[in-house]
Design a protein around this ligand. Structure first.
Ligand code: AVI
Length: 322
């Protein structure tokens, strides 16, 4: 049973938690994973042996850095806009290459976390003081709006690495790509990493690591609600439960209540009942193949220029143009 909502929502987080936990079935978007603790946990995930995505994309970029550099610098001078830059680990391979070849470019890392951007800027200034870096804090949505209104002729290369778009449903991904396409002009490129369909066992273990870091990452959502919205979730009474459907290529993560329980969220003036084994759907991590990517690109009015994969075809970086 839930009590009546009496206060106005002060933040999008409050609203989404309220709507998601009063919906049937219950759900909360994975975009709320990333507070300070969540950022740290995700960094740890990327270093896990089971989380193959990061290593594969690192190898792809390292192997093809010369070709990629040639592709990006076909016209003199460009802005490299990275959406969801994080710690820039993979991008730094390209920055090194660009710096060595004295290529004329500006690096514009975009991230929701100011903290990550500050660290990234410091690291780059230290290692390559000559690189022109202009970080921008914001959501993809805000930043994409500004990208379209640029007052320069410089070519733009947009990068979205790490299969970040996989956390969106197909319709959301198409919307996102349409927004990117609208901000692109002739000659601009979109470089995007997408995790591929593969042995379901490999995929499942990437989301169910033996050290329990992914479990902690998923449960961080409940911690965050406890801290920010004054609730009393007991995370021990929820199970981290990832699944993978090889037909659709969709990996999903859930938090499953192990017993009947009641949770109070003070700031939302809300009481939520869970029956034993009721779930909260928290994340999708979509896996792709060339046909799905072709379909997405078509829907968004983009054309595939080229693509790079690792030697086991686990991950692919696609380059699109308008
Ligand atoms: C950021 N995103 C692409 C990651 C993924 O694989 O879906 C987030 C993640 N969730 C659990 N592990 C990693």
């Amino acid at each position: 049973m839930k009590t009546e909502q009496q206060t106005q929502f002060k933040t999008a987080f409050e609203q989404e938690v309220y709507e998601g936990l009063t919906a049937f079935p219950k759900k909360i978007s994975s975009k709320w994973f990333y507070d300070k603790r969540g950022d740290k946990l995700f960094q740890q995930i990327m270093a896990l042996p089971e989380y193959y995505l990061t290593g594969c994309e690192y190898d792809i970029i390292d192997t093809h850095k010369e070709e990629i550099t040639n592709l990006f610098q076909e016209q003199a001078g460009f802005n490299l806009v990275e959406l969801g830059a994080g710690d820039g680990k993979k991008t730094k391979i390209l920055l090194e290459e660009f710096a060595t070849k004295k290529i004329n470019f500006t690096y514009k890392p975009i991230d929701i976390s100011q903290n990550m951007l500050d660290e990234l800027k410091d690291a780059i200034n230290q290692k390559w003081p000559k690189i022109d870096i202009k970080p921008e804090q914001g959501t993809y949505f805000e930043v994409l709006k500004n990208l379209g209104n640029r007052d320069t002729d410089r070519k733009m290369v947009i990068m979205v690495l790490g299969s970040n778009i996989g956390n969106l449903t197909h319709p959301q991904a198409v919307d996102f790509l349409i927004n990117i396409r609208k901000s692109m002009r002739n000659g601009d490129l979109l470089f995007m990493g997408l995790d591929q369909k593969k042995d379901p066992e490999l995929i499942l273990s990437a989301y169910n690591d033996s050290q329990g870091i992914t479990e902690a990452f998923n449960k961080n959502l409940l911690h965050r609600i406890n801290e920010e919205l004054e609730s009393d979730f007991n995370t021990d009474k929820f199970k981290h439960w990832p699944v993978y459907d090889p037909e659709t290529g969709t990996a999903k993560s859930f938090l499953v209540s192990t017993q009947d329980q009641k949770v109070t969220i003070k700031k939302l003036n809300l009481e939520i009942n869970f029956t034993a084994w009721e779930s909260i759907h928290t994340e999708i991590s979509q896996k792709y193949d060339d046909d799905i990517v072709e379909w997405l690109a078509n829907e968004a009015g983009l054309e595939t220029l080229t693509q790079y994969s690792d030697n086991r075809n686990r991950f692919t970086d696609y380059v699109f143009k308008v």
